[in-house]
Design a protein around this ligand. Sequence first.
Ligand code: SAH
Length: 355
Amino acid sequence: MNDLIPINSLRFEELERKLTELGLPRYRAGQIFRWLTLGVTSFDEMTDIGKDLRAKLAEVFYIEKLEIITKQESRQDGTIKYLFGLRDGNSIESVLMQYKHGNSICISTQAGCKMGCVFCASFEKGRTRNLTAGEILLQVINAQKDSGRKISNIVLMGTGEPLDNYDNVMAFLDLVSHEKGLNIGMRHISLSTCGLVPRIYDLAEQKRQLTLSISLHAPNDELRSTLMPVNRRYDVHTLIKACRDYFDKTGRRISFEYAMIAGVNDTRECALQLCELLRGFHCHINLIPLNHVEGSPLKPSKKEDLQAFQSLLESRHFTVTVRRHLGSDIDASCGQLRRRMVREGLTDHANLDHN
Ligand code: SAH
């Protein structure tokens, strides 16, 4: 199996090239792509492709799989949270949400995360790996297939740092937006990063029309470095400079994510510093009531503090939204279902190499 090629991770043009190299008809790429988009798990399901060709394909390629380990559906708002198992025993989460404007899915880009943000449930010591482009895509395909809901929007805000898995995430974007695939346009996709500055410059060069979200969470280095270790590598001003460059190159408004943590980053002083930091920048600020992570001393801000923070930003003419909290009756926020499963030894993660 190791020498076989994961077919779901190949871009359409790569698949065409590979077929040509193998002396197989190139036009079959369209049929294969369509079947993979429907979420088939074997070549034998590709019924409009002859048996001989299917057998040949199986000698060279394999179809990547994501198995549903558990699924929780909110009775309040229809949110469905999936825990998917990967072929190597790892597991990842995806959350399907219903909005008035359509169905949106929050997907993972890595199994685990090594960024170590102190407020986040995704950081677990031990094995972390990049997902393949196919594994990222299959979260969308399988959730759509399982739920019967057509997915129109995607946010790369699940477990993992997308820009730490840059090449596979770029391949995923090409796959998901391909007209013969799910055909989901870049304007319906958001990518969230903790701020890997060199990769933000790389992404700007690609001039994709996706929405870039920056997990800012603090307006100064002292505070941000205590919350997010990545800030010790790329400080706040270096990050904002990269964001301004991104906006200049792509014309796309950046969204700054700011999780409101009681008594930590929700003061008037912080709000004023944030205004100063983003002054004159045509951007969007998204305030997220902190999801409390079990065992963490960090608590969500009081409602009135959040409102005061929001009002101050608005009085300085920033566009501010407060994230709605969906699925609060299930293991709602990113990383929590996986975390519980890992803790309770319900997935193969029980044999994580703790070091
Ligand atoms: N690594 C990427 C994407 C994954 S996190 C990033 O850092 O942006 C998706 C978003 O959820 C980020 O903005 C992250 O900071 C935020 N987040 C993580 N834990 C949270 C929590 N407990 N409460 C609220 N937001 C949280």
